[in-house]
Each structure stands twice: as C-alpha cells, then as structure tokens.
Design a protein around this ligand. Structure first.
Ligand code: COA
Length: 289
C-alpha cells in the first residue's frame, strides 16, 4: 500500500496532545501529556481519526540532527488494526524522512517489528525494558576519581557536545527539555579535571518514573549515575538498557527488577555511531531515541 492510499491521514497539532494521549494509554505505554506536547512541538505527528474526530492512529517524526530522524508513537487502536493503517503511516513517515535526506531510526516493539522489516528496516541491537520499585541496596559509589553532582543549566551545552559522538544523535533540545523538566533526576559525572564522563536524565511518566538517557564513558560510572537518580526520585521506575550491558542487568536484577518486554533498535539506512551501544547505558526512551 502506498502512503497516499490512506485516505484520512492528517497532521497532529501540539494543541491536540490531550486528544491523542488515549492512544498510548490504550497500549499501556508510560507517556503523559507533557511527553506528547514536547514530541509534537519538537517533531511532526501524523494520524488518522474516526468520523467523529476521535484519534485512531498516530505516528511521529523527531529530528535528531540534520541526518537522523526518529520515528515513534506508531499506534493504531485495537479496532482499526490489521487494515494497513500502521504500514501506511510508517510509509508516510519514511517519505518525509527521505525527502529531508535523513536516515530513519526507531526502537521497535515485538508488534511493530513485523511491519518495519518489510519496509527495509534492519536490526541494530536488542534492548530490555526493566521495571523496578526502588533501591534494595546502597547507591553505587562512583569509581575513584569521579564525582557525581546535579546538572545545572550552565552544563547543558557541554552535555550535548559529550552526548553526540557517543550516541550518534544530535539532540540538545531533548537533553535540555529533560534536564529542565525534572532537575531532580538530572546528574552529571565528572573526572578530576571537570571533564564530563557521564550523565543521567529522567522524567515522570503516566505509570512510572522513566530513567534515561544514561550515557557514560564506562559501565561503573553508568551504574553510579543510575543508582543516584533512582535514590533521588520516587518509584516505581522503568529503564531501557541495551542487552550488551551485563553489569547493569545484574544490578537491576539485584534490585528485584523484571523485564517483561524488549525492543529492537532498527534503522533504514546507515547513521554513524548509532549501531554502537557501548556508551549508551539507557535510552531516553523508545519515543525519544
Ligand atoms: C504495531 C501496530 C502499529 C500495527 O498496526 P496495524 O495497522 O495493525 O498494521 P498493518 O495493518 O499495517 O500491518 C501490516 C502487516 O504487518 C504484519 N503485522 C501487523 N501486526 C502484526 C502482529 N501483531 N503479528 C504479526 N504480524 C503483524 C502483518 O503482516 C500485517 O499484514 P496483514 O494484516 O495483511 O497480515 C499496532 O499493532 C499497534 O498499535 N500495536 C501496539 C503499539 C505498538 O507496539 N506499536 C509499535 C511501536 S514500534
């Protein structure tokens, strides 16, 4: 089906965040209205409505720099599934990303991956979604020579410069939004020379506090940041960790965390650095990259 075969695709305005939010609630997802408002303002949303104007499907494109765009919030209400709507919206997003000469990336759920594979998306790496209520052990101390402190607005330009080569994403506005929205969940790790060696951000959600992104030079630094953020914020928590990070996985299991589902990071095309999770210890979320 070509994207134009979907007769009722229309843009979703940021002012419509309240009306489109029920789609992610029906799917059991954690986004709140503030998430929808931010994503629709920073990116572009498309969806379909029933004749009475109720949203039945959504999709979103979030630019992560000139060369990469994140596709997310691909949601179709149960009553409208298996009719080609998900595929149609995806094709519409892909057309837009290609027109901007960018590469499309996304984190696919088990339900989403079957529609992305035939469209040419390829797997990069698997990610586990963990749920936990709170810390069962002492917060992990940072390694020798590393200090952890709250992030201040003055740190944000340096944070974006640190983040970009380690994640392959150019996302200063996302980092700024998260750091300013929930300052109590934003922590910075520095070495003795005040060089950034890691950070964690987080946000409140519909059902849980989301921890991430976590980007760090090394796994012990990431662990100290995650545990510091979890000690400072109300649970329950969710965190999306690339499966490559075994020490983070073991620590989460010690906290009683369970992983009911996972994602596959996928791209359509090649984006430098995006296939390497070695410094990405937690996603900002599948909807934010
Ligand atoms: C994933 C989702 C968006 C698919 O929407 P949809 O409108 O049903 O998708 P389509 O009708 O375009 O499906 C296209 C094809 O994908 C495959 N497919 C879709 N859903 C599938 C499923 N649950 N299992 C296996 N194959 C599936 C089928 O081949 C289907 O074609 P067919 O119906 O002719 O067999 C929808 O199931 C949904 O909202 N799920 C919950 C939220 C979610 O996980 N979103 C994905 C985020 S990455």
């Amino acid at each position: 089906m070509a994207s134009t075969d979907l007769p009722d695709v229309r843009p979703i305005d940021p002012e419509q965040c309240d009306e489109v939010w029920p789609l992610s609630i029906e799917a059991g997802w954690n986004q709140n209205v503030a998430d929808w408002r931010f994503m629709l303002g920073a990116g572009r949303g498309f969806g379909c409505t029933a004749p009475d104007g109720t949203w039945q499907a959504s999709s979103l494109i979030l630019p992560l720099g000139q060369k990469l765009a994140w596709i997310s919030m691909v949601l179709v209400t149960k009553e409208r599934r298996r009719g080609g709507v998900g595929t149609g919206l995806l094709k519409r997003c892909i057309d837009e990303v290609r027109a901007a000469d960018a590469v499309a990336g996304l984190d696919a759920t088990e339900q989403g991956r079957p529609i992305y594979l035939p469209l040419g998306f390829r797997d990069l790496y698997p990610i586990a979604r963990w749920h936990f209520d709170g810390l069962k052990s002492e917060a992990v101390a940072p390694p020798a020579g590393v200090t952890v402190r709250p992030i201040t607005p003055a740190d944000l330009p340096r944070l974006a410069v640190y983040d970009r080569p380690l994640t392959g994403m150019e996302r200063p506005s996302i980092l700024m939004h998260l750091a300013l929205r929930q300052p109590g969940r934003a922590w910075l790790a520095e070495d003795m020379g005040d060089k950034i060696v890691g950070f964690v951000l987080g946000r409140e959600g519909r059902t849980a506090t989301s921890l991430g992104p976590v980007v760090a030079d090394r796994e012990p630094i990431a662990l100290s940041l995650i545990s510091r953020a979890a000690a400072a914020a109300p649970g329950p928590f969710i965190i999306d960790v690339p499966e490559a990070h075994q020490a983070v996985r073991a620590w989460l299991q010690e906290q009683g965390a369970t992983s009911p589902r996972g994602y596959m990071r996928m791209t359509l095309g090649t984006a430098k650095g995006l296939d390497d999770p070695s410094h990405v210890f937690a996603l900002a979320g599948p909807e934010l990259g």
